[in-house]
Design a protein. Structure first.
Length: 232
């Protein structure tokens, strides 16, 4: 009975149990982050909030909400009670954006990238200055650029954030690091697969080799945490 209990509490069982539990927790908590489309306006991230009839609402934790009214001839983006009218041309790649101040802009979709042009046909550069994550509006600039408004109005320009593939890579690196640190048989296998087999006759791993395997395993486990963070 005592032997079975010690086996259950072995480092291997504890490690892989913790890995499985942690993987399940991360998967459950991260699923909305990786699957919910979002878009950004002036560094503020927006996500879908609700839809009622022809009115779609988007919310941000750091800025005013945005509403998009879907109409037969286009869409209206409503921000802070200001309405911006967007008409999509028949080409399906060009939009006209009318501002409350009377200005009109054209937005062109070039391979998924939105480019804005003013009434004179000149390109509207979207290079902005920010202070404490707040955009500094320069003279003549619109608070919300035409490309931003088109992005808000059409879900095809919303994207899911992050790179979940990094989590799987981190898991593989973590397990590799643990095996390198813990198991002598794994260390021997890696030694036999090394390039030394090509030019050394009957090579044998040294104590220094085993030490480096353990040190490398610890490094890999720490590196796995950094890789996992890159997923977000």
């Amino acid at each position: 009975m005592a032997a079975k209990f010690r086996k259950v509490l072995s480092p291997t069982v504890i490690f892989f149990t913790c890995v499985i539990i942690l993987s399940v927790i991360v998967a459950v908590l991260s699923r909305p982050y990786f699957t919910e489309p979002v878009y950004s306006i002036n560094l503020n991230k927006y996500h879908f909030a609700s839809e009622h009839d022809n009115l779609v609402a988007y919310q941000s934790k750091t800025a005013a909400p945005i509403q998009v009214r879907i109409e037969d001839d286009g869409r209206t983006v409503i921000i802070n009670h200001m309405e911006y009218y967007i008409t999509k041309y028949s080409s399906n790649t060009t939009y006209n954006v009318a501002y409350p101040n009377g200005r009109n802009y054209e937005v062109r979709d070039e391979s998924g990238n939105l480019w804005s042009f003013d009434e004179n046909g000149d390109l509207v550069l979207e290079v902005f200055a920010y202070v404490n994550n707040q955009r500094i509006i320069q003279e003549g600039e619109e608070e919300f650029t035409p490309a931003m408004l088109v992005t808000a109005a059409y879900p095809e320009y919303h994207n899911t954030p992050g790179a979940p593939g990094f989590l799987f890579l981190a898991l593989a690196i973590l397990i590799y690091g643990w095996c390198s640190f813990r198991y002598k048989k794994f260390q021997d296998i890696m030694f036999n697969l090394s390039a030394q087999r090509l030019w050394v006759k009957d090579p044998e791993p040294s104590d220094f080799y085993y030490f480096m395997c353990k040190a490398g395993g610890i490094f890999c486990m720490g590196f796995a945490i950094w890789v996992a963070i890159q997923a977000y």
